[in-house]
Design a protein around this ligand. Structure first.
Ligand code: NAG
Ligand code: NAG
Ligand code: NAG
Ligand code: NAG
Length: 374
């Protein structure tokens, strides 16, 4: 009896030891599963984005039965469309001019960069508090993967990109790709091309109103009679372009939605420029200015709104770094200009400026509140 008692005691204690062990094993298994699942979901979200992940799970539920579907901008800019598919999609445009919803026109800021955006902190401050009035797009070397925190205005604003070379058609292709992606958001009304070395010269409201209230689009286009202008024209461009229509201009433009559509849908001028404007004809200085002059010349201001300094001479404009950014320099950017704004003479001619080196960030950041107004 005593033995039996002992054995039941023993078996009970061993049972109660086995039970927590099983529980522990289950718990560990559960934790491992949790970990694996979270790793997979984090990876999926990183790789494909929440937005493409979620709708793909519910294609049957989400019918195309309301207007919202047509007017909300694509949240995930990474798509698998080829340029041909993208341009076709971007060229779809409503024929009824009044929108049956409240459309607040936005400015699309399109950054054409090689790699990173060293002046991003300055732009972040510029955009802060103006959500809903702008959208951002970035085209960089295809090998470059931007690492912006989710709080950044640049977070996941990279578009599918390809190599772009200065002075070659691949540069215009990159610009067209930016415009086409930006056209997919029906609220984008104005399209501004910028580079990683550009800075804004005024606060957001001033920039927005200047562009909104302008009758013309700011694209540099002039008839340069010299060897670097008409000298680059080829008669093989006929009959699409004759010599008196040939234009030259800086590639940093601001255009409205209508002109953006001309650029994206163009199949008339593109082949001629691709074939007959090769270095020393730098196609990015001639294609858009010439094509838009022929198609929509009266809508162009024929000047750029991006200030650049050619005073140092040479083939490339001056680049400004830390030591150059003084109060004197900031004043110099703003004074002594003379241009036409809505057919009136004006001294406010530039909204952006280039070229600034990464080392200019710190002094610019300090002087911005006083000189740039943000
Ligand atoms: C923007 O700058 C203008 C002057 O350039 C100023 O009048 C206006 O108050 C500023 N707006 C904001 C929101 O700071
Ligand atoms: C170029 O074409 C335009 C429009 O067709 C025409 O008005 C102009 O006279 C032409 N110029 C030359 C030099 O052929
Ligand atoms: C820009 O140039 C075109 C022709 O090249 C002209 O028709 C147009 O009026 C000019 N724009 C302005 C604002 O003067
Ligand atoms: C600006 O340019 C216009 C036309 O070229 C000229 O009439 C005017 O005197 C100039 N104004 C200044 C302040 O230089």
């Amino acid at each position: 009896m005593e033995e039996g008692k002992d054995s039941t005691v023993i078996s009970r204690t061993s049972q109660s030891r086995v039970l927590p062990q099983r529980l522990l094993q289950l718990l560990v298994l559960f934790l491992v599963l949790c970990f694996v699942f979270s790793v997979i979901s984090v990876y999926t979200i990183r790789r494909f984005g929440v937005t493409s992940f979620v709708p793909s799970l519910q294609p049957c539920i989400q019918e195309v039965n309301n207007l919202e579907h047509w007017i909300k901008p694509p949240l995930n800019l990474m798509h698998t469309m080829s340029d041909e598919e993208l341009f076709w999609r971007a060229s779809l445009t409503p024929r009824i001019k009044n929108y049956p919803f409240e459309r607040i026109p936005k400015i699309a800021f399109m950054f054409l960069t090689k790699g990173p955006l060293p002046l991003a902190p300055l732009w972040e401050r510029f955009f802060k508090g103006h959500e809903g009035l702008y959208s951002i797009y970035m085209h960089s070397s295809p090998s470059f993967q931007a690492e912006f925190p989710s709080s950044s205005v640049f977070y996941r604003r990279q578009i599918p990109s390809q190599v772009a070379e200065w002075g070659k058609m691949s540069m215009c292709d990159a610009e067209r790709r930016l415009i086409a992606n930006a056209l997919l958001d029906i609220s984008n009304e104005w399209f501004v091309l910028l580079s990683e070395s550009c800075i804004p010269l005024y606060n957001f409201s001033t920039v927005y109103n200047y562009i909104k209230q302008s009758k013309y689009s700011f694209l540099g286009a002039f008839d340069d009679l010299g060897p670097h202008g008409r000298g680059r024209y080829s008669e093989k461009m006929l009959p699409e372009v004759n010599i008196s229509q040939w234009r030259k201009g800086s590639q940093w433009f601001e255009i409205n939605r209508n002109l953006a559509l001309f650029i994206v849908e163009d199949t008339k001028y593109y082949p001629k420029f691709a074939e007959f404007c090769k270095p020393a004809c730098y196609v990015d200085e001639h294609y858009f200015p010439t094509m838009l002059t022929v198609e929509a010349g009266k809508h162009l201001a024929n000047r750029s709104i991006t200030w650049v300094d050619w005073s140092r001479g040479g083939a490339h404009p001056g680049t400004f770094g830390r030591v150059d950014i003084t109060e004197e320099f900031m004043k110099r950017i703003f004074v002594g200009h003379n241009c036409s704004y809505n057919d009136q003479q004006s001294s406010n001619c530039y909204l952006f400026a280039r070229k600034f080196a990464p080392s200019a960030l710190e002094p610019l950041f300090l002087l911005a509140p006083k000189y740039l107004g943000f």
